[in-house]
Ligand binder design. Structure first.
Ligand code: FE2
Length: 396
């Protein structure tokens, strides 16, 4: 009970703290193949030497070639660092910092998913603090003197929103994943190149899309003081995903870059960016608190854990969020908001995630969910009984 009262008492605090963190205000360039303009962007910014960072898979697919060719055409020197792995650790950050410092990079180009973009945030901060070892760059808040090195984000999936979020998830020296909020993150440009998202299998497109949807919805319903523009972006993100994700998954899904798929993927990229803005300005909520806990306990990928938890949490919050659900239904042109989410999950095959949750783990999960929820500003504060009720719904 004490814990619940504590949670209830402080649940508006994260929303106030996050507003004290300066947010990146990047320019956005969009379009199929847009990464081919990065050379011009760098020349216009006056960079002479940059570091291109990506992961092995994208490197093997040759996805950074369009970037390197454009840099060459613009007369900009670059070094490639393609060693980011799916769960970045301190040695990976160290190697990236070294590559950035040795090459005297003036800007980092981050091509990849959340892992690459988050690693680049810490690398860009680390370059500005060369005297500090990487292991101390991962506190809850990292104050970067001045700003980080400028970063150009080029997301390869439409989901995490990491291209704009001020948080970075990296595994620390104790092997534990943690999120660090960067105060002074300088993302100068976001390049939304829908061509990059074509390589993903339908299941990944769907999982990333539902993750982005959850960011936008949790942003709309959050208890953070309302800002009209942030609210508009989050609502627009919900609308874009409800309308476009079905075109890319299930029977209607096309992996060919035809006109409809290019437009739908471009819209998903924009929605994911709006989702990232929602995380920065409105914060996530219990969908994420449950998904993080279940993901960590059973190693369930984030998008799947989100898909598993989305409806149970949204249904639980229904009475507190009725007005906002109606507003979203109206904005998106659907008769019933929850029904539209249910239909979308079904249409993109994310309604049948096998739940790994076991009865004997409930007590541990309740603690994990309660602890994680303190980072957010959800519309209701759940007590342990309510958390348990939701866990029971998804227990085998
Ligand atoms: Fe998420």
């Amino acid at each position: 009970m004490e814990t619940y009262l504590f949670r209830k008492h402080i649940h508006r605090l994260p929303g106030k703290v996050i507003h004290a963190v300066p947010l990146p205000k990047p320019e956005v360039t969009e379009g199929f193949g847009a990464r081919g303009h990065i050379g011009e962007l760098c020349r216009a910014a006056g960079y002479k030497q940059v570091l291109v960072v990506t992961d092995k898979t994208l490197h093997e697919l040759g996805y950074e070639k369009k970037i390197s060719e454009s840099l060459e055409a613009a007369g900009i020197r670059y070094r490639l660092f393609a060693d980011i792995c799916s769960e970045p650790t301190i040695p990976v950050i160290d190697a990236g910092r070294q590559a950035a410092m040795e090459s005297q990079a003036e800007c980092i180009i981050a091509l990849g998913g959340g892992s690459v973009m988050d690693s680049c945030k810490i690398i860009a901060a680390g370059v500005k603090m060369p005297h500090l070892p990487s292991k101390v760059l991962l506190p809850k808040f990292l104050l970067v003197p001045g700003d980080t090195l400028p970063v150009i984000m080029v997301p390869s999936t439409a989901g995490t929103g990491a291209e704009i979020t001020v948080g970075a998830v990296v595994t620390n020296e104790r092997g534990k994943k943690g999120s660090t909020v960067l105060v002074g993150l300088k993302v100068v440009h976001v390049v939304l190149d829908s061509e990059l998202t074509f390589h993903a299998p339908q299941s990944v497109t769907a999982a990333c899309g539902i993750d982005a949807l959850s960011h936008c919805i949790e942003g709309v319903v959050s208890d953070v003081e309302e800002n009209a523009e942030d609210m508009r972006m989050s609502m627009e993100g919900v609308r874009l995903i409800l309308q476009n994700l079905p075109k890319l998954t299930g029977e209607r899904g096309s992996s060919l870059p035809d006109e409809e798929a290019i437009e739908a993927r471009g819209n998903m990229c924009r929605a994911a960016l709006y989702g990232g803005n929602a995380i920065n300005t409105q914060l996530a909520g219990y969908v994420h608190a449950f998904a993080h806990s279940i993901g960590a306990k059973y190693h369930l990928p984030h998008g799947q854990a989100i898909s598993l938890m989305l409806l149970p949490v949204l249904e639980f919050q229904q009475s507190a969020c009725r007005e906002k659900y109606e507003k979203m239904a109206q904005y998106c042109g659907v008769p019933d908001f929850l029904e539209a989410v249910r239909a979308l999950l079904k249409e993109c095959g994310m309604d049948k995630i096998t739940s790994p949750v076991k009865e004997e783990d409930h007590e541990e999960l309740i603690k994990m969910v309660a602890a994680d929820s303190i980072n957010y500003s959800a519309p209701v504060t759940m007590n342990n009984r309510q958390i348990k009720d939701i866990l029971e719904q998804i227990t085998k």
